[in-house]
Design a protein around this ligand. Structure first.
Ligand code: ATP
Ligand code: MG
Ligand code: FE
Length: 345
């Protein structure tokens, strides 16, 4: 069964084709991605209207590239999946509109996929796929959540950020240091040359006794430190970057370990853009090894948004018998949409 997946929730247009056969993990046949980072960089963040217009330009050429590389025809596709939410409404509408139009023209069913379910299941496309049940640490540009995942379609929220997401903390701190958008990868690169213990930055909610996160205060602390440094900032930027990264990673690792202890599970899955962070990976690997916990990540290039995770999530939901296939080509998008809402009895 061939599933085409279209991702357009924010600033990357992604299209992919998977083969979802039997009960095996869907196999990725081809995927293409166009990132709008260069276009938004001049504005220091995503401009929604520009994002929507660019998705319109990219989505069909990418779809044709995917079909060409997989050496399949659109008529061979069995299901067309798109990101229904959460994300930017206008950007989501492009993917939804194109998916439903293609499906109507081809007489195929469509499926609206939850973007975070895509992130969360993306490690299944790696060389070391997880097994259920597991705890998921979802760390992206818009979300920071710990979830208990018992099977496809069963997501229980254990804790989440009460303000900024971890990716947002990276991006906003990086911006304060004058680094380009999106700051996460730039800050982490700069941090390699710095000392993570150079500045004492807060670890908010570390001892809150629950699994919630808070990163807004950290950003303020970074700003205060940057102001205090004044002219010295330029010389100490790598140290400040390393200290910021150390604070974020410290909280993510400790809260993840609390979630493991609380659930008693021995498997941790990390997903979302911040899951690409090298310090986070090395610290989690070390502590998980000590505690007999298996930890799984998406392939580096599938940590941030992509079409492969959307096609994969659609394929896995179909295999789990979760989706009534829809042949009515009306669509809506859900810019705000909690993953736990997907959970079925
Ligand atoms: P959401 O999925 O919550 O809607 P999003 O799609 O914008 O948000 P992702 O694409 O999953 O988020 O991730 C983008 C985020 O990941 C950005 O905040 C970016 O800075 C961060 N990021 C990417 N690579 C790294 C890295 N190596 N270190 C730290 N942060 C990173
Ligand atoms: Mg992005
Ligand atoms: Fe995302």
């Amino acid at each position: 069964m061939l599933v085409l997946g279209i991702e357009s929730s924010c600033d990357e247009t992604g299209v992919a084709l998977v083969d979802a056969r039997g009960r095996a993990v869907p196999r990725l046949l081809s995927h293409f991605l166009h990132s709008q980072i260069d276009m938004h960089q001049a504005y220091g963040g995503v401009v929604p209207e520009l994002a929507s217009r660019d998705h319109i330009r990219r989505v069909l050429p990418l779809t044709h590239a995917v079909m060409r590389e997989a050496q399949r025809a659109l008529a061979d596709v069995d299901v067309i999946a798109y990101t229904r939410g959460p994300g930017l409404a206008g950007a989501l509408l492009v993917g939804a509109g194109v998916a439903c139009s293609l499906a109507a023209a081809l007489g195929k069913p469509v499926m609206g996929v939850h973007h975070l379910e895509g992130h969360l299941l993306s490690p299944f496309l790696s060389a070391d796929p997880p097994e259920f049940p597991f705890v998921a640490l979802l760390v992206s540009g818009g979300h920071t959540q710990l979830m208990r995942v018992d099977r496809v379609g069963s997501y229980a929220l254990l804790g989440e950020t009460i303000d900024d997401a971890a990716g947002e903390a990276f991006d906003k701190s990086a911006k304060l240091m004058g680094l380009p958008y999106p700051g996460g990868p730039h800050l982490s690169k700069l941090a390699e040359q710095g000392d993570g213990a150079a500045f004492k930055l807060p670890r908010p909610l570390l001892h809150s006794g629950n699994l919630d996160f808070s990163f807004a205060g950290l950003k303020t602390a970074v700003l205060t430190q940057a102001k205090k440094l004044g002219d010295e900032l330029e010389n100490r930027k790598a140290d400040l970057a390393a200290s910021t990264q150390a604070a974020i990673v410290d909280v993510l690792v400790k809260k993840s370990m609390s979630a493991m202890a609380q659930t008693g599970l021995k498997r941790l899955v990390v997903a979302g853009g911040v899951g690409a962070n090298a310090l986070l990976r090395s610290q989690l690997n070390a502590i998980c090894k000590q505690r007999g916990i298996r930890v799984h990540y998406p392939e580096l290039h599938l940590c941030t948004d992509n079409g492969a995770m959307i096609a994969l999530a659609a394929g896995m939901r179909l295999q789990a018998g979760l989706e009534p296939l829809q042949r009515a080509y009306t669509f809506d998008v859900k810019p705000r949409w909690g993953l736990a809402e997907l959970t079925t009895a």
